[in-house]
Design a binder for this molecule. Structure first.
Ligand code: C5P
Length: 240
């Protein structure tokens, strides 16, 4: 992705539809109106509703980020890339720790499709600290493992990453042409909840984010459309 022509703020905000059913998810999108063009469907909603929720959202004009964090043998992941694309996903996550063969199979499957989703590699989950990494046999600090896995993914043909605001600047510096999608976004003064490494919308955009993923600060607001509009203003302030 190039950074010479900034996209409109609505094309950089992804609203996480972290709900257990389609009715709740669709209700939020209706309340958001024109403030929302991108939505994220994660495991909770996808397992409840299946690919038809992706098709329903796409049919209503939304761009869908399907956050399934695929991690399986190459043949299985390649097939999942094809069916996710058929469902209408525009962004799709997979685990970089699946290894080069899995990542290359996913990239090859996407390249054989018309209008495939952009693949985004998840490096180290933000819930993994040094002790968690050590427990699964990785002796390094999370930052070193993030850098290693990002290189593996890039060299396997994956051109986007999901990372926290903490790794944003270093990942942008190492991969200037990558697409960077950043969760853990909190408007100034918003409740942080269970997130640990947070950034404001403007600071994440200024540090090189392409897309921001925002869940509870919008979904749990008294007026979700007003909350989304304020975030769009903050994004705009960083791109002027
Ligand atoms: O409610 P909140 O804004 O914290 O939601 C952030 C969204 O981004 C959630 O759907 C969460 O699962 C997702 N996410 C994250 N951290 C990651 C990857 C995804 O918070 N490293």
């Amino acid at each position: 992705m190039t950074h010479s022509a900034p996209k409109p703020p609505q094309d950089r905000l992804i609203v996480a539809l972290d709900f257990p059913d389609a009715a709740s998810a669709l209700s939020l999108t209706e309340r958001l109106g024109q403030t929302c063009r991108w939505v994220k469907v994660g495991l909770e909603l996808f397992i409840a509703e299946g690919p038809k929720i992706v098709a329903t959202l796409a049919g209503r004009g939304f761009n869908v980020f399907l956050d399934l964090k695929l991690h399986d043998i190459p043949n299985t992941v390649a097939g999942a890339v094809r069916t996710a694309s058929a469902a209408g996903a525009k962004l799709l996550t997979l685990h970089a720790s699946g290894g080069p063969a899995m990542l290359e199979a996913a990239a090859a499957a996407a390249s054989g499709l018309s209008g495939p989703p952009q693949l985004l590699a998840v490096t180290v989950l933000t819930s993994m600290d040094l002790a968690q990494l050590n427990a699964v046999g990785v002796p390094d600090l999370p930052a070193a493992q993030v850098a290693r896995l990002a290189s593996v993914a890039w060299n396997s043909g994956i051109r986007g990453f999901v990372c926290s605001a903490e790794e944003l600047a270093s990942t942008r510096a190492s991969f200037p042409e990558s697409t960077l999608v950043i969760p853990g976004i909190r408007p100034a003064g918003a409740a942080i909840g269970d997130q640990k490494r947070v950034a404001t919308p403007a600071s994440a955009i200024a540090a090189g984010a392409d897309f921001l993923v925002v869940g509870r600060p919008i979904a749990q607001a008294t007026d979700p459309a007003a909350a989304a509009a304020a975030i769009l203003d903050d994004i705009a302030s960083a791109t002027r």
